[in-house]
Design a protein around this ligand. Structure first.
Ligand SMILES: *Cc1c(COP(=O)(O)O)cnc(C)c1O
Length: 354
């Protein structure tokens, strides 16, 4: 309300500056740039590390399409790599193998973009040294992972740049928005310039680069600040819901929770992985049972190497992403679910299991 009453409706204004400062403090980076979406922040970060025509960017095949699309926007080519079964995060030994192969064939790798799948940080202890040894910068896609940590460091703070999303389906929202995070002041300044139509600092409109209209508006930043204030309570609601599901499935042989055993995740989405040989039923059957009761449940992301639009892309695979796509099911996980709604979901699952 203060943002509206102040007259600072759009585009930039004091709420944007404050939101950037507060988010940088929360994640533990020196700088932050609020953007119109997470995808826009990914695009800017990739441009800033040199992705462009003639380069390739390594992306996990198990992700939302925006990770790969941002690579294509720069003119670079995405190369997909498979994931590990426990978390669905990028398989680091396979990544090391891929970086060796790419360098052996003379491909210039502009970046590796690990995704913190469903809110669990990738294995940065292993990943960062592999990328450093190959001389390749890391752009962390932490769109799903705000609030997650690994060894006390926050999701979004691991790479040369990190990216958050405040889309409506993420742990907090600005109705639509994103954030680029980095300790590199020059990189952030470059992205800020590109995101603001690449306008030169003169009175007349002077342009020496192609820019973008990628900044977050003052009103939406105000919404983001209010959401950030509530973030921890929203995260604990998601965690409580995760605990309900954990108890519910603990007694069901052949069902595991993706990324479970990692208490440092943000519980963005609770996903079960079903072994139909042991359960006698498939993830798709439970999904259909819930959908028939007007309860949303979906497969995990369809891997990028299976997407018609990325049919021609290179990929180094081990079968895990396809296995998770075939056997995973994401369950209602939102922090706005009321106690009666959660009861309705768990009752429907119990009915199915019974
Ligand atoms: C949501 C999401 C994005 C895109 O964020 P937007 O703010 O919707 O543009 C990118 N990557 C991943 C992994 C996501 O889940």
């Amino acid at each position: 309300m203060a943002a509206i009453r102040s007259g600072w409706v759009a585009p930039l204004g004091p709420e944007v500056d404050a939101f950037e400062t507060e988010m940088a403090r929360r994640v533990g980076t020196r700088y932050a740039l609020a953007t119109s979406s997470g995808t826009a922040a990914l695009h800017l970060a990739l441009l800033a590390v040199g992705a462009g025509p003639g380069t390739v960017v390594v992306v996990p095949t198990l992700t939302f399409a925006a990770t790969a699309n941002a690579v294509v926007y720069t003119g670079a080519e995405p190369v997909f790599v498979d994931c590990e079964p426990a978390t669905g995060n990028i398989d680091v030994p396979l990544l090391a193998d891929l970086l060796d192969r790419l360098s052996a064939t003379g491909r210039r790798v502009a970046a590796v973009v690990p995704v913190d799948m469903f809110g669990v940080c990738a294995d940065y202890d292993a990943l960062l040294p592999v990328c450093a040894a190959a001389g390749v910068p890391v752009v962390e896609d932490a769109a799903e992972a705000l609030g997650a940590t690994r060894r006390g460091r926050s999701a979004g703070a691991f790479g040369r740049a990190g990216v958050l999303s405040f889309n409506g389906n993420k742990v907090m929202t600005t109705s639509g928005g994103g954030m680029l995070l980095s300790d590199d002041g020059e990189l952030v300044a470059r992205c800020r310039y590109l995101a603001t139509q690449a306008r030169q600092p003169v009175l007349h409109y002077e342009h020496t680069d192609i820019g973008y209209n990628y900044r977050l508006s003052n009103l939406l930043a105000a919404l983001g600040r209010a959401q950030l204030h509530r973030l921890d309570s929203m995260l604990s609601r998601r965690r409580a819901l995760r605990e309900r599901y954990t108890k519910l499935f603990a007694a069901v042989p052949g069902v595991r929770l993706l990324g479970d055993g990692d208490p440092t995740g943000n519980c963005w989405l609770t996903t079960i992985v079903v072994d139909p040989d042991r359960t006698g039923w498939t993830a798709a059957r439970l999904g259909a049972h819930l959908n028939a009761r007007d309860i949303e449940a979906r497969p995990v992301w369809k891997p990028m190497h299976l997407q018609p639009v990325y049919r021609a892309a290179d990929a180094l695979l081990n079968g895990t992403a396809e296995h998770l796509f075939d056997n995973g099911l994401t369950l209602p996980s939102g922090s706005a679910l009321g106690a009666d709604q959660v009861d309705r979901v768990t009752t429907a699952i119990e009915e199915f299991l019974g």
